[in-house]
Design a protein around this ligand. Structure first.
Ligand SMILES: Cc1cc2nc3c(=O)[nH]c(=O)nc-3n(C[C@H](O)[C@H](O)[C@H](O)COP(=O)(O)O)c2cc1C
Length: 172
């Protein structure tokens, strides 16, 4: 019974969130955090809870062209330099019926625009296609600009969300 937390991140915000989510899960079960480019495409049978997260680019999950745009804007080196969550979900196989959850980050902006930002919803759809059982609705965390930082209190909110989803996955 272990948890695998897979993140994608250009500027580092989702890496921090992934660590916070894993901290929230850890009292319930061991949790490993892996950058998506290093994540196994065949998820081990010991994994019973899978959590994926990453940025919103162009209202959805990143694509090769949006990642190139991010690279042009980055002050330093990008965290994720290979595939994104979208490509991982297309290639992965996971143990049947495992518990899962998805999060994304998006820039704080007017409510009507939030309705069309659907990165985590896309991830949730991909997880369902893989046969996962979503234990909580897709979650969103705020960044204050394209490169961050995270909104105030978002790391604590991520830790609590990790706790809640691990609780919801009890029995898996
Ligand atoms: C090419 C590109 C497109 C983006 N499109 C959106 C968008 O549609 N909606 C949004 O809220 N944020 C958008 N952003 C901002 C990202 O959400 C932000 O960079 C990300 O959440 C930061 O997380 P990271 O540091 O883990 O990459 C975009 C950023 C880039 C580089």
């Amino acid at each position: 019974m272990t948890a695998l937390v897979i993140f994608e991140s250009m500027f580092g915000n989702n890496r921090k969130l992934a660590e916070a989510v894993a901290q929230g899960i850890a009292p319930q079960r061991p949790a490993t955090v892996v950058e998506v480019g290093s994540a196994p495409t065949s998820v081990d049978a010991t994994v019973t809870l899978l959590v994926v997260g990453g940025p919103t680019h162009g209202f959805g999950m990143t694509r090769p062209n949006t990642r190139r745009d991010a690279a042009k804007q980055a002050a330093g080196a990008l965290v994720s330099t290979g595939i994104g969550v979208r490509e991982w979900l297309e290639a992965a196989s996971v143990p049947a019926g495992i518990a899962a959850a998805a999060w994304d980050t998006r820039v704080e902006r007017p409510a009507f625009l939030k309705l069309i930002d659907r990165s985590a919803e896309g991830m949730a759809k991909g997880l369902k296609r893989l046969g996962c059982h979503l234990v909580v609705p897709p979650q969103h965390f705020a960044v204050q600009g394209v490169q961050g930082p995270l909104g105030p209190n978002e790391l604590e909110r991520a830790r609590r969300w990790g706790e809640q989803l691990a609780q919801a996955a009890l029995g898996n």
